[in-house]
Design a protein around this ligand. Sequence first.
Ligand code: PLP
Ligand code: LMR
Length: 390
Amino acid sequence: MLETLNAQPADALLALIKLHNADPRPTKIDLGVGVYRTGDGDTPVFGAIKAAEQILLDTQNSKAYLGPEGDMGFVHALIPYVFGSDFDRSRVEGMQAPGGTGAVRLAVEVAARAGAKRILMGTPSWPNHAQIVSAVGLELKTFKHMTAEGTADLEALRAALADAAPGDVVLLHGCCHNPTGVDYTNAQWDEIAQMVAASGVLPLIDLAYQGLGDGMEADAYGLRKVLAAVPEALVAYSCDKNFGLYRDRVGAFYAVTSDADALAKAMANGATIARASWSMPPDHGAAAVRLILGDSALTAQWINELTAMRARMAEVRERLAAAQQIGPINMAPLGSQKGLFSMLPLSGEQIMALRERHGVYMAGSGRVNIAGLTTGNIEAFVAALKDVAG
Ligand code: PLP
Ligand code: LMR
């Protein structure tokens, strides 16, 4: 039977991890998968996480099952950070999920069970978004995320919403847009909140990089604006970047409603989907986050570590922007883009030449993880770009 399966291409981005690992050149540069790296090229475990893990080691006396919703102490501890300390807690409930990916999957499946037919989404986007929408069996309607000038394309979103039908969901990146680094401005979010409310579509906000843009509060601006304007919304959250937990798979799915019965049903459906998919989410990383957020000293340590990450990314962006113009590539916008990613307008041949001649690994889309540039190799990267595109 299994021979009847269709062949599947390997996930291009994950394949890049292996290609980079297999390259023996010591000067190779990994700008592929979205993990933060220090100026020395490391992705260390946060000190706050190490401290929380020590507490877990010393005090956790059971690993008995918790349930499909996971660690509700974790889920609730995040609420003030995501939704704001003054958010009406009766409107929101959540459950833990295996990473932001599990949270997006739950959100899309719950929307489908509620009758959603179509997801409206700006492109380019994180490639897994389209895969999840397709796996759940919903239709995807795309619009342009970015203008030719490299700003967020509000008019394209406006047109998509004007054209929306009942049963549509709009998927928005809360901050640090993947793959472009081009976020909506606060003034644009003000308009988006009104546009989404007027359209009646259900917003699904994916917040996978809170704190990696301008800070924990600043990066929640758009989400909070939209949630203040609409009766219902879904949120997919990841702690894998802002707590450096990646492989521990730490995320949360939230529903916001104006109706307690609808909220309970959203959670009950999420729990049913989780039960049939992974039964219960992995506990360890979420328990560590709960301990951090419940302890003011650990919270301060975590915020300091996150602030240092942001400062380093700002420095890398400043140095890249200082290259100004490389052939047809305008480097200046990289200075003000947000988060781990930016896109360079490179051809497939140029991306292959960067890999083969210079050991520079980046996604086929031209997306670069700017945190992959170390203190020692930014100049080499700029020189490699000049070689292939200058
Ligand atoms: N959403 C977006 C926009 C992402 O870029 C990612 C990638 O990490 C995720 C969700 C999923 O994150 P996680 O690794 O927590 O599953
Ligand atoms: C990325 O886009 O590199 C990250 O979000 C990791 C992933 O799961 O794709």
